[in-house]
Design a protein around this ligand. Structure first.
Ligand SMILES: [Zn+2]
Length: 408
């Protein structure tokens, strides 16, 4: 396979997670009786531009099926993050009723609702019908398409150039990263700003976050790779911040390479230097990840088996992609992990793909009173522990598996 950005042949493996169904291909009572489609889940690093990427097997159309059911507004932490983002951007870039904000991957309007509340005209781009409809219900205008140069040109023709574009947790989800990035360079006004948030590859590798790897995630990004990809597609990076979200993310600020006048903040050089010091532009950095991931997987299995032998009961919380990667890679089935609770009614009564673990409403947890609740989205550990604090009443404990098994 050739690199999605630079076209070099990919030869350096990061990790091989076997094969798994697409992480959002939830099953129903009916589809439980049908075969599932599995795709190899293997990640490679480009030794030319250091873009880390999933080996290409499935097309975007097949992965982002109509059943794709992730609604951003189900996480209160994420909503707070979005509201703070809008507050910060309005202040920093002096946005007002004459400005225009475009969010790509606007999901259910979790972020743009705060722009709208401030009277700032905004537009969302969201190819998933169910979430797009939820955003429209909040009064937000949505274009239901995939983003790239073609759509950006259409929007410019319609007079919808942007003072600010937001793209949170989507840069890693696009198969054609060059066309996607070039779309922002096309859409921005001369003085406009594009921000991108994505999980930081430095944290992913150093903290064993192998469960953040899944098919819908085409790229795993360092600032080193992003800066290069942006420069090749008409954007220049002028600032970067580290965020605690999703196990450690970067927020990159970019402007048009041709007309942008902002001076680069020292943060850019500082993070590039840290990545260089960690060896992210050398093969050594990527070696050893598989061994560490296997250790995490094995420790998780040992926990489940020992709990079972001790007569303890286990439940899961959070039927999201992370959990699917971990459970499928570990080969866990309902005998060891009987159910997973999720607050999203669209997921309840369904089954996790591959491992076929049933997804249930929270009431089930209160009824069965398990000894352990495994928080699959470990990045929301604090939030979930607060929400489910009542499990302490029956002596319940919380468990997270990444970066290593933790029982509290
Ligand atoms: Zn490359």
């Amino acid at each position: 396979m050739k690199c999605r950005h630079c076209g070099a042949e990919l030869v350096l493996p990061l990790i091989d997670l076997g094969s798994a169904p697409p992480s959002n291909a939830y099953l129903t009572e009916q589809t439980l009786h049908a075969p599932e489609k599995y795709f190899p889940l293997r990640v490679l690093a480009c030794t030319e531009c250091w873009l880390v990427q999933t080996e290409d097997y499935a097309g975007a159309d097949e992965l982002f099926s109509a059943d794709y059911a992730y609604f951003s507004s189900f996480s209160t932490t994420w909503l707070k993050h979005a509201e703070q983002y809008v507050t910060d951007m309005v202040q920093r870039f002096s946005l007002d009723a004459t400005s225009h904000i475009v969010e790509v991957a606007a999901n259910d309007g979790y972020l743009l609702q705060y722009a709208k509340a401030r009277g700032i005209p905004c537009l969302g781009v969201e190819p998933t019908t169910s979430t797009a409809n939820a955003a429209r219900a909040k009064g937000i205008e949505i274009v239901e398409e995939f983003f790239g140069v073609r759509l950006a040109r259409d929007l410019v023709i319609q007079g919808k150039q942007a003072d600010l574009t937001a793209a949170n947790n989507v840069l890693a989800h696009v198969p054609d990263i060059n066309d996607f990035v070039a779309g922002f360079a096309t859409l921005l006004k001369p003085t406009g700003v594009s921000t991108f948030e994505f999980p930081h590859l430095l944290r992913l590798v150093s903290e064993n976050q192998f469960d953040t790897i899944y098919h819908e995630h085409y790229s795993y990004l360092s600032l080193t790779a992003v800066k290069r990809i942006f420069e090749h597609n008409g954007l220049s990076v002028f600032d970067v911040e580290e965020l605690p979200t999703h196990g450690g993310s970067l927020r990159v600020y970019a402007q048009r390479a041709d007309l942008g006048v902002r001076v680069a903040s020292p943060n850019v050089a500082a993070i590039l230097a840290r990545e260089a010091a960690a060896g992210m532009a050398s093969a050594e950095f990527y070696a050893g990840f598989q061994t560490r991931a296997n250790q995490v997987k094995n420790d998780f299995l040992v926990f489940l088996i020992e709990a079972k032998r001790a007569g303890k009961t286990v439940a899961g919380y959070g039927a999201a992609a992370k959990g699917n990667t971990l459970l499928n890679y570990a080969g866990v089935r309902p005998d060891l992990f009987p159910y997973v609770v999720d607050r999203n009614p669209a997921k309840q009564e369904k089954f996790l793909p591959g491992c076929r673990i049933p997804i249930v409403a929270e009431a089930h947890l209160k009824r069965t009173r398990p000894d352990y609740v495994v928080i699959l989205p470990w990045n929301l550990r604090g939030e979930v522990m607060e929400q489910l604090a009542y499990i302490r009443e029956w002596g319940g404990q919380f468990v997270t598996a990444v970066p290593n098994i933790k029982i509290a």
